[in-house]
Design a binder for this molecule. Structure first.
Ligand code: ADP
Ligand code: ADP
Ligand code: ZN
Length: 216
């Protein structure tokens, strides 16, 4: 099964994608994570992307399409993938359609996680993740079971994203509304769009997504 999780920054895409990876054996393709790895590598593309991401703007379609084209053709995607953070523009969606058609791969569901802008700043400013295994947490909404220790791997180092600050969040939300929200009518027309209530608690959102996907 192949799906797209759509929603504004902080909607819970990464959190739910991780659960679907564990529960259904799908693979999460997060373009944000891929970009952060590219930035870490210090390559020229990484340096360009770093500045754009820190401003909360979108990296060029050209770079993003090439990145997903490479990734989606790798053998581990054959059992099904979850796109998290891609596509973010109409041009990316069109390029995705074209590559999937060529690969003879079907997109089963596009799931929109609906969340009001007002709570996204809170979601994003409390977000942190385990440096070793990447599991995501929140200061108030998804606390560590034991202070200072990752529930998943026992790691004791945690990271906060540089772009998770109030100023950058407003540019990211602006980019979402201007460039990504137009994908909702696009996918509605293509017949694959379903919505879930991203304001509900994390377990309830999982239940709603599972209901869309149907039995395992
Ligand atoms: P996205 O990938 O869409 O940017 P994340 O999955 O990283 O969003 O979630 C943003 C933050 O909000 C994280 O700290 C996460 O723990 C928390 N979170 C995710 N889903 C919910 C939810 N349904 N209710 C409350 N907090 C949530
Ligand atoms: P979030 O889910 O919180 O919005 P991501 O980790 O998906 O954050 O993305 C972080 C940043 O990486 C974005 O603000 C943007 O600069 C860049 N980015 C990620 N995916 C894309 C994409 N498909 N197109 C353009 N820029 C992207
Ligand atoms: Zn961990």
């Amino acid at each position: 099964m192949n799906l797209i999780l759509m929603g504004p920054p902080g909607a819970g895409k990464g959190t739910q994608a991780k659960r679907l990876e564990d529960g259904r054996g799908l693979i999460q393709l997060s373009t944000g994570d891929m970009l952060r790895a590219t930035v870490e590598s210090g390559s020229e593309v990484g340096q360009q992307a770093k500045a754009i991401m820190e401003r909360g703007e979108l990296v060029s379609d050209e770079i993003m399409i090439a990145m997903i084209r490479d990734r989606i053709q790798q053998p581990d995607c054959e059992n099904g993938f979850i796109l998290d953070g891609f596509p973010r523009t109409i041009a990316q969606a069109e390029a995705l359609d074209e590559m999937l058609t060529k690969m003879d791969v079907r997109l089963d569901h596009v799931i929109e996680m609906k969340v009001d802008d007002g709570i996204l700043v809170d979601r994003i400013s409390g977000r942190f993740s385990c440096t070793s295994c990447g599991t995501g947490y929140h200061d108030r909404f998804q606390k560590l079971q034991k202070e200072g220790v990752c529930d998943n791997c026992g790691g004791t180092e945690f990271t906060r994203r540089k772009d998770d600050n109030a100023e950058t969040v407003s540019s990211r939300l602006e980019a979402y509304h201007a460039q990504t929200a137009p994908l909702l009518p696009y996918y509605k027309e293509h017949g694959a769009l379903k919505s879930v209530d991203g304001m509900a608690d994390i377990d309830e959102v999982t239940r709603q997504i599972e209901a869309v996907l149907g039995a395992v």
